[in-house]
Ligand binder design. Structure first.
Ligand SMILES: [Zn+2]
Length: 206
């Protein structure tokens, strides 16, 4: 495996001599270019020493068939921010974005909008496809809920339109007794209640 230069300065040299020595990676090990005794097998252990990034690493780009570089003029500050944020993947990120822009109706969401949407959804999303999926699921739930509400409204309207002599009553704790009594009298519950109440009223039981 070839030596790969890293952006890091050796934290061990920093701590002892204050020197900036470049760290190179070789066969899974991180090695100080100035002192081979400064070697780490574990990237986490190395990063825990908070090494500073002091070296510019030139990206080795293999030219791909059918691809061409383009030059875009952007503010220096913006370029630095991009590099800080995306590092070696910057070129790939920009390329992906341009691809999407070329597709046509593409929208780029601002950080603020992403936050608003995340708050609303109650969940973070990773990319447009996931967002589209979540919105689809939500719209299905919404249309189900609307249908339920419409059904409930219709039921209420049906009850209200049943006629002036009809009322809907809640039997509360007596419900089970009514069910049992109806069964003992071989009557549907509704008919049993209706006749019981009519009977009671006509006999002036209340
Ligand atoms: Zn060192």
């Amino acid at each position: 495996m070839p030596l790969v230069k890293s952006e890091y300065a050796c934290p061990a040299c920093k701590a002892t001599t204050g020197q900036s020595s470049q760290i190179v990676a070789n066969a899974g090990q991180l090695i100080c270019s100035a002192n081979p005794a400064h070697t780490w097998n574990d990237t986490q252990a190395f990063l825990a020493l908070r090494p500073t990034m002091e070296f510019k690493v030139k990206m080795v780009t293999t030219p791909q068939e059918g691809y061409e570089p383009i030059t875009v003029r952007i503010p220096i500050k913006l370029k630095a921010e991009f590099e800080q944020r995306y590092g070696n993947t910057l070129s790939q990120k920009v390329s992906e974005l341009l691809n999407q822009l070329a597709e046509g109706e593409t929208t780029v969401l601002s950080q603020v909008d992403v936050q608003k949407i995340t708050e609303r959804l109650g969940k973070k999303f990773d990319g447009g496809s996931e967002l589209a999926g979540m919105i689809y699921a939500m719209s299905c739930e919404l249309s189900d809920a609307r249908q339920e509400a419409a059904n409930a409204r219709q039921e209420v309207q049906a009850y209200e339109g049943m006629g002036k002599t009809k009322v809907v009553i809640d039997l509360g704790d007596e419900y089970q007794r009514a069910v049992d009594n109806a069964r003992n009298n071989s009557l549907p519950l509704k008919h049993y209640i209706q006749s019981s109440v009519q009977n009671a009223l006509s006999q002036s039981w209340f």
